[in-house]
Write a protein that binds this ligand. Sequence first.
Ligand code: DLL
Length: 463
Amino acid sequence: MSITSAPEGSGVPAAPAPTNAVAEAIAATEHAPTAPREPDAEELLTRQEIEAIQLTRLKATVSHAYDNISAYRDLYDAHGVKPSDLQTLEDLAKFPLTDKEFLRNAYPFKSFAVPMDQVRRIHASSGTTGKPTVVGYTEGDISRWASLLARCLRFSGVQPGDIVHNAYGYGLFTGGLGAHYGIEKLGCTVIPMSGGQTEKQIQLIQDFMPRVILCTPTYLLALADAFRSKGLDPRATSLEIGVLGAEPWTEEMRREIETAWGITACDIYGLSEVMGPGVAGESSERKDGSTIWEDQFRPEIIDPMTEKVLPTGHHGELVFTTLTKEALPVIRYRTHDLTRLAPGTDRPGHRRMGRITGRSDDMIILRGVNLFPTQIEEIALGIEGLSPHFQLELTRPDSMDQMTVHIERRPEMSREEAESAGAELGRQIKVKVGSSCQVRVAEPETLARSSGKLRRIYDRRPR
Ligand code: DLL
């Protein structure tokens, strides 16, 4: 008996069972599962087929949210739109955007579209300020998430039977458990290592001999340093593949990591509000950017200032609508991630995303010039003698904003060589970014490392 129905014969009318249009739309559109080594049927759909599925699932998602979440109902009523206004994919643009604030206002569980007894798991994104954003999953959500993660891993070259060292953090962060279920679903052996405990990571990588590692790109570099400082060669480990994400990284960083470890490094993208890791994943054969799984998510790129939708290929802010989420449907959710969409390649029905150049809230405005840490990473890694370990410090001496780049020299470079590389970094930042800054070359292993997302910006300007 459902908890919403009254006992039989009690004379009390039964409460209406909550509607779940999304579950019905999934049942009507899903394809039969394939063997673990084979691509999912949905991966191979044409663009036309994808768009047909998107429309069915989108209509269901908008109705599901409107019927079951008062925040959506209030928002849409205030904007004078209703689910029946959605007749084509383009109609989505009529609906208002949502953001972290929208979800925070529903703290903790008011953003859930299903009764609490159907919510099997909670995660929360680490808000740097204020309350965290809480996300919830039904059993079906968890199962589809695991399948998507398995899809990403397979796409990045992981195979059933592989041993996978999972160093994404376990707990409220979606990285650890999200990846964990996908690794198992693909038929691999998971080492649930979580983040931190670098000594232990080194030992287990040597003893358990995983073929695959999952963690943030900056942590994989920190691990390489830790191997070397013990006199061990990271290239000599059993690792062959890294599936890396949760923070912005550049092509230069990919080369750095691949050389340091002798592995293939692929991207994996996602965010808690939309699901967690696995929203998009990268082909190990092409390494041409992450493919967004458009049978499950409808992406848009908007101009962050005007909020207008931009055509495929234009650079702007990534916005997502979930198509199969039951517990926490999100509609036109602003990620603040800046990138562009590109046509599909290996999976032609699904578009790819460019690298995230930065987050709009991570943009540094320095004396009128906009810049992102990824630009500094790209330039620094092109200069011999400088390591990928850097921090950006912002200060305001004499009422003028100033940026200091603290960057470690490579251990094999002398102090003098590194100082001239530092001067070269300052010159190139001036030319390529258009902003002058100070560069301070630090000694190896002196700047902070992180076992998860690395903080690059230290803003010490008075508020
Ligand atoms: O970082 C989920 C995740 C875990 C993705 C493990 C990949 C691997 P959040 O903590 O909610 O979720 O942070 C989401 O991280 O909006 C981006 O700004 C950034 N991000 C995630 N993946 C990438 C990536 C997880 N591959 C936020 N490249 C997102 C660049 C990324 N930025």
